[in-house]
Design a protein around this ligand. Structure first.
Ligand SMILES: Cc1cc2nc3c(=O)[nH]c(=O)nc-3n(C[C@H](O)[C@H](O)[C@H](O)COP(=O)(O)O)c2cc1C
Length: 330
C-alpha cells in the first residue's frame, strides 16, 4: 500500500500527471471518476502566484470530489517558493508538488523546472525549505537528469527523501531529450531498488497501454504509475488499466453514450468553472480523442473545435448522438 505522507493512495496507484492546459479541474474530475488515485494540477508559476497574477491564481481551484489532489508549483527562488506554499495552502490541497522536470526554455532558462537539474544542491535545499514551511506532504516530479552524462537520479532521490520529500515521480527522460525517444524506466527502478529509499517512487513516461503499466509494476517494481498523454481526451485509460490488473483482460472501449456524456459534462464543467469563452476553447483539445476512430467524422469535429459558442458545440454533440447512436468502438 503506497502512502504519500499520511494519505493512503492504494496499491500501485495511478496518478494523473500534471499537464499544462490539460489537468484543469473538469478534466481532473473526469479522470478521478474513471479511477485515477491521485490527480495533480498543471504547473503554476510561483512568481505569478506572488504577483497575484489572475491566471496563476485561477489554477489553484480544486473540487472536493477530486481529492487527493496535489497542486504543482515551479520556480527557483527560495523566497517566492515559500510565499507560494502559503498561498497554495489556502486552497486546501492534499499535497504540494514541486516541478523539477519542465524542459521548456522559458522555464529552464530561469533555473526552474528541469533547469534545477544543473544545480542539485539548490534542488535539495529548496525542497528542504518547503518541507519545513508546511505540514502538507511535499512531493517532487523530476527527470532522470540534465543529459545522459549527468544521470545521478539515485543519489538525488535519496537526498530529496532525506530532506523530507514524501514521494518522487520520475519521468524516464533527461532534459536534453525533451519528449524524444523512449522513456527509460531502468534508472527509475534503480532508485526504487536503493535499499535506503522508503518513500514511494512513481514511474512516468510512455505508459499508454495497460500492459506497460503492468510492466512498470511487475518488471520494474515501481510504486505507482503517473500517466499523462494517454489520458488526454481518454479519461477511461485509468479504468482500463485497473480492469487489466484485476482480470488480465482488456476492458471494452467506452461506448458512444459514455463518450458523449463525458464530452458534455466536460464542456459544462469547464464553462461553469471559467466561463463560456475559455471553457469552449480549452476543452477543444480533448474532442479528437473522445471521438477517435469514427469514420467520416471530420465535419462534426470541425464544428466542435471551431465554434466559439457553447450552444453550437452542444448541438454538434446532439448531431453525433443521432448520427452515430450505437457505434461500436474497437
Ligand atoms: C500537454 C502537456 C503539458 C505538460 N505540462 C506539465 C506540467 O505542467 N508539469 C509537469 O510536471 N509536467 C508536465 N508535462 C509532462 C507530463 O507530466 C509527463 O511527465 C510527460 O508527458 C510524460 O508522461 P506521459 O508519457 O504519460 O505523457 C506535460 C506534458 C504534456 C504532454
Amino acid at each position: 500500500m503506497a502512502k504519500i505522507g499520511n494519505i493512503d493512495v492504494g496499491d500501485f496507484p495511478l496518478l494523473l500527471a500534471p499537464m499544462e492546459d490539460v489537468s484543469d479541474p473538469p478534466f481532473r474530475a473526469l479522470c478521478k471518476e474513471q479511477g485515477a488515485d491521485v490527480v495533480y494540477t498543471e504547473f503554476i508559476s510561483s512568481e505569478g502566484l506572488i504577483r497575484d497574477a489572475a491566471k496563476s491564481v485561477m489554477k489553484l481551484d480544486i473540487y472536493e470530489k477530486e481529492r487527493p489532489v496535489g497542486i504543482q508549483i515551479f520556480g527557483a527562488n527560495l523566497e517566492s517558493m515559500l510565499q507560494s506554499v502559503e498561498i497554495v495552502e489556502k486552497s486546501g490541497p492534499d499535497i504540494i508538488d514541486i516541478n523539477f522536470g519542465c524542459p521548456v526554455k522559458k522555464v529552464v532558462s530561469k533555473g526552474a523546472g528541469a533547469g534545477i537539474l544543473k544545480d542539485i544542491p539548490l534542488m535539495v535545499s529548496l525542497t528542504e525549505a518547503m518541507v519545513k514551511h508546511t505540514n502538507l506532504p511535499i512531493t517532487v516530479k523530476t527527470r532522470l537528469g540534465w543529459d545522459s552524462d549527468s544521470i545521478k537520479i539515485v543519489e538525488v532521490a535519496e537526498r530529496l527523501q532525506d530532506v523530507g520529500a514524501s514521494a518522487i515521480s520520475i519521468h524516464g527522460r533527461t532534459r536534453v531529450q525533451m519528449y524524444k525517444g523512449e522513456a527509460n524506466w531502468a534508472p527509475i527502478a534503480e532508485v526504487k531498488n536503493n535499499p535506503r529509499m522508503h518513500i514511494p517512487v512513481f514511474g512516468n513516461g510512455d505508459v499508454d497501454t495497460p500492459e506497460k503499466a503492468m510492466e512498470m509494476r511487475d518488471k520494474f517494481g515501481l510504486d505507482g504509475a503517473m500517466i499523462g498523454r494517454a489520458s488526454i481526451g481518454y479519461p477511461w485509460f485509468f479504468r482500463e488499466v485497473k480492469h487489466y490488473f484485476e482480470t488480465g483482460e482488456h476492458l471494452a472501449q467506452p461506448t458512444m453514450e459514455e463518450r458523449l456524456d463525458a464530452a458534455r459534462r466536460h464542456l459544462q464543467m469547464a464553462i461553469d468553472w471559467k466561463g463560456e469563452k475559455l471553457g469552449v476553447f480549452e476543452t477543444r483539445r480533448h474532442y479528437t480523442n473522445y471521438f477517435k476512430g469514427i469514420p467520416h467524422f471530420k465535419d462534426y469535429r470541425q464544428k466542435m473545435v471551431t465554434s466559439d459558442d457553447a450552444a453550437d458545440v452542444f448541438a454538434a454533440f446532439d448531431e453525433v448522438e443521432k448520427e452515430f447512436a450505437g457505434y461500436e468502438f474497437v
